[in-house]
Design a protein around this ligand. Structure first.
Ligand SMILES: [Zn+2]
Length: 195
């Protein structure tokens, strides 16, 4: 479990998280993925990188590049054929900061929330924001509303995005350089930033 004084990074991937020429907060964090934990219980996760292992933006961008490489490897396996570059492939285009303290501040009653270190192939810095149902009795609709509230809270907690184009993506510079990462203002509206 990560301490509440730690910072984590959420990577932005093109085109999964883009809408036209922007990465809106609702695509930077669209939803949790459903997984099973070791005991076979349902958990919900969001992938992030561990700030204490990524001391500078160059390290964050290197991590981001590797997340795209690993995602593409999984996609290629799933497709069973080579991916068409720029069509089937994902590309890292920058990252957002997120404080663990802000994550843990999400209002909740029926769901437990934490950030856990979860190493993956070629991604030793990989962590998961993990959501799981606790034992407090609730109706399904209440749990689902709470989950939506947590997702909105996480989107509002994204800050200081930094854009990046990998050397490995120099052939796509023209497309990727137009894309801006956005954050939510206190008023709730999306604010354009160049990161
Ligand atoms: Zn790259």
């Amino acid at each position: 479990m990560l301490n509440d004084n730690e910072t984590i990074y959420r990577c932005a991937l093109y085109p999964r998280m883009t809408n036209g020429d922007i990465v809106p907060p609702e695509k930077a964090i669209s939803d949790f993925s459903e997984e099973k934990d070791q005991e076979g219980r349902k958990v919900y996760t969001i992938s992030v990188g561990r700030g204490s292992m990524l001391p500078a933006w160059t390290a964050v961008h290197d991590y981001g590049c590797r997340t795209a490489v690993e995602s593409n490897a999984v996609r290629e396996k799933y497709k069973g054929a080579p991916l068409v570059r720029g069509e089937d492939t994902l590309h890292y285009i920058g990252a957002y900061k997120l404080d663990v303290a802000a994550v843990l501040n999400a209002p909740r009653k029926f769901l437990d929330l934490g950030v856990v270190h979860h190493e993956m192939t070629n991604l030793p810095e990989h962590c998961n924001i993990v959501l799981r149902r606790n034992t407090v009795e609730a109706r399904r609709i209440e749990v689902s509303a709470e989950r939506t509230g947590i997702i909105i809270h996480l989107r509002q907690s994204l800050y200081e995005p930094e854009r990046h184009i990998c050397d490995c993506d120099s052939d796509l510079t023209e497309t990727l350089q137009k894309i801006k990462l956005t954050v939510v203002k206190d008023t709730g509206e999306a604010l354009l930033t160049t990161g």
